[in-house]
Write a protein that binds this ligand. Structure first.
Ligand code: NAP
Length: 253
């Protein structure tokens, strides 16, 4: 059985780890190629876009893929839509592995917004000290609000830097511990955070630290995802694949 995992997440790597070396399975993990030095993966990797849903459908057919697992990030809406479309076209079984979002708890001061543009406006006119916990490709809209101080953290350096007078850049790859996040927020005297509701433990530290410090979090809502069969955990994805594998084996007998 040939499996394609659309990755770029911890869960995709964990799923690949669980499937690596299993007899009867040939697993390939696909990355978009966004980061200069992607994390090591336990299975063969292919890198770069497919050329839209059509390109992905062709890949599924050419490579004789039996099952497609969309384990991309909950904010990677285009590739997830393409996966649904391509799987349908190519007649390939599709499972989405989507980690659940964080849920606000007592003490959280979340301001939920539809997108980055609304987040910029939500900062207001008065200069603030903002931690942008967004990808380097998502921060460009903040140039229209140059009155704020920005602390920007990304996996790769932000080149060119934002065209604003007060911005500090740090690079880092999660997981980030709550205590370290709290120290960073205090050192930079941050008074508001802009974040995505990514879910999972690796980047929750800043949310917990914001709660402890009483800071507001401007939280980007998750984008709409295609209505496909979905699970929330790596265990459930493995169980789904075991079932699919059993069906293929039964058919082959
Ligand atoms: P996106 O906007 O949904 O996708 C844009 C295009 O990038 C897709 O149309 C596709 O190009 C290509 N692409 C995306 N994921 C791919 C994959 N796994 N393998 C091959 N091509 C892929 O995606 P994005 O939000 O930029 O995310 C890109 C990657 O970063 C994904 O792997 C995602 O899991 C990871 N990531 C994203 C975030 C986030 O906040 N968005 C956070 C952490 C990790 P073609 O149309 O040419 O096929």
């Amino acid at each position: 059985m040939r499996i394609l995992i659309l990755g770029g997440t911890t869960e995709a790597r964990q799923l690949a780890q669980r499937l690596a070396g299993r007899t009867g399975l040939a697993v390939v993990l696909s990355l978009a190629g966004r980061t200069a030095a992607p994390a090591q993966q336990p299975v063969p990797v292919r890198i770069g876009g497919f050329g839209g849903a059509e390109g992905l459908a062709d890949y599924l057919s050419d490579q004789k893929i039996d099952a497609l697992i969309d384990a991309t990030h909950p904010y990677a809406a285009i590739i997830s839509a393409n996966a649904a479309n391509a799987a349908r076209r190519a007649g390939v079984r599709l499972l989405a592995l989507r980690r659940p979002g964080w849920v606000p708890v007592a003490g959280d001061r979340w301001i939920e917004v539809a997108d980055v543009t609304v987040a910029v406006h939500a900062l207001g006119d008065t200069p603030r000290r903002v931690f942008l916990a967004l990808g380097r490709k998502e921060i460009e809209p903040f140039v229209v609000a140059p009155q704020h101080y920005y602390l920007v953290r990304s996996v790769d350096p932000v080149v060119p830097p934002l065209a604003v007078p007060h911005a500090v850049y740090i690079t880092g790859r999660g997981p980030f511990a709550e205590t370290d996040e709290r120290t960073m927020l205090e050192q930079h005297r941050i008074d508001v955070i802009v974040a995505k509701n990514s879910g999972g433990a690796a980047t929750y530290g800043k949310i917990a630290a914001a709660r402890a410090l009483g800071l507001p979090v401007i939280m980007l809502r998750r984008p709409a995802m295609p209505d496909v069969e979905a699970v929330e955990t790596v265990d459930d994805a493995v169980a789904w694949l075991d079932h699919a594998l059993a069906l293929v084996t039964a058919r082959g007998v």
